[in-house]
Design a protein around this ligand. Structure first.
Ligand SMILES: [Zn+2]
Length: 313
């Protein structure tokens, strides 16, 4: 906006005030925000820290990422705070995880915070796993009455490097649509990131190949896609989002004994009570693995090392 020099100081001031005011309301103004290298910045909202990592790998310093779920918080029951909704108001796109995830509960709040927000499903094209396929402990719950096709679809697609390739591609497509001018830069970043994903995949594969007992017990079933990719079997403790009953715990303890399982995994964001009970009964140990760490690549590699060490040869 140009301010005419012939205007009276009062008009100039009014003009500045109006400019400031309108920039607070319109999401279209956000592209004019500059980064330290004086480049225009895209404001993108994501749900969780690993997605921030993905968007930053491809967007580089041309993106500013707003994360809906703060670090250390369990996303499944999380309610966005006013601060997050203010950041949504200046975002151009919200890149979602999709599936039967926490995001669905937030959608009406998010849409009323920003009517122009583009919603992009980073999991488009991924063959998703039904939560109920996970384990026999879940089979007594019927999902037949579901009207919504997303219902019961496992959202944890960010824990498989192979599937992150697809998510990266979807993020790339979104960025070049929002900012076609810098397509070459995004494409270069995407290629580098795909290279990183392939290296990571090979390293994890190598770490996990010699494991003999490929079944593992974990509290929250976040590892279905990871397990599918690396030929492991996840046995969840949590039943449909809640602590297991005494009978279900007993069943798990028996299964752990039969399968000679000595380690019970937990996620730092979730309850560890049932895991402790099982570990005590089988004379095993509880170990934390984080599905939401911000340094996604390093974290997943570390987890594969923990698996290799603890599930043993
Ligand atoms: Zn989860």
């Amino acid at each position: 906006m140009q301010i005419k020099l012939t205007s009276s100081p009062a008009t100039v001031l009014l003009g500045i005030v109006m400019l400031t005011f309108s920039s607070g309301c319109s999401p279209d103004r956000t592209k004019i925000e500059k980064n330290t290298a004086n480049k225009e910045v895209l404001n993108i909202t994501v749900s969780i820290d690993p997605q921030k990592y993905f968007v930053e790998q491809i967007g580089g310093d041309r993106v500013k990422v707003n994360v809906m779920v703060p670090a250390g918080i369990e996303p499944h029951n999380y309610e966005p705070r006013p601060k997050q909704l203010r950041n949504v108001a200046v975002s151009e796109a919200y890149i979602i995880v999709g599936g039967d995830s926490f995001e669905k509960a937030w959608m009406s709040k998010i849409k009323s915070a920003n009517k122009n927000l583009k919603i992009i499903d980073s999991g488009r094209g991924i063959t998703r796993i039904k939560m109920t396929e996970g384990h026999h402990h879940h089979h007594h719950h019927s999902h037949e009455e579901l009207e919504d096709e997303e219902k019961g679809i496992d959202p944890h697609i960010w824990l498989s490097p192979e599937l992150v390739k697809i998510q990266a591609q979807n993020i790339y497509s979104a960025l070049i649509k929002l900012d076609p001018e810098n397509q070459t830069e995004y494409q270069q970043n995407l290629e580098e990131f795909i290279g990183e994903l392939e290296r990571l995949d090979r390293e994890i594969e190598k770490n996990l190949e010699a494991i003999e007992n490929r079944k593992f017990i974990v509290f929250h079933p976040a590892w279905s896609y990871f397990a599918r990719e690396y030929d492991l079997e996840q046995i969840p403790i949590e039943v449909e989002g809640t602590e297991p009953s005494a009978a279900e715990l007993k069943e798990l303890i028996e299964e752990a004994r039969e399968e000679n399982i000595k380690i019970i995994f937990v996620e730092p964001q979730f309850s560890q009570r049932s895991a402790r009970v099982i570990a005590k009964e089988i004379d095993g140990a509880v170990i934390a693995i984080d599905p939401l760490a911000e340094n996604w690549s390093k974290n997943l590699l570390k987890i594969s090392e923990i698996f290799a060490r603890e599930l043993g040869q």
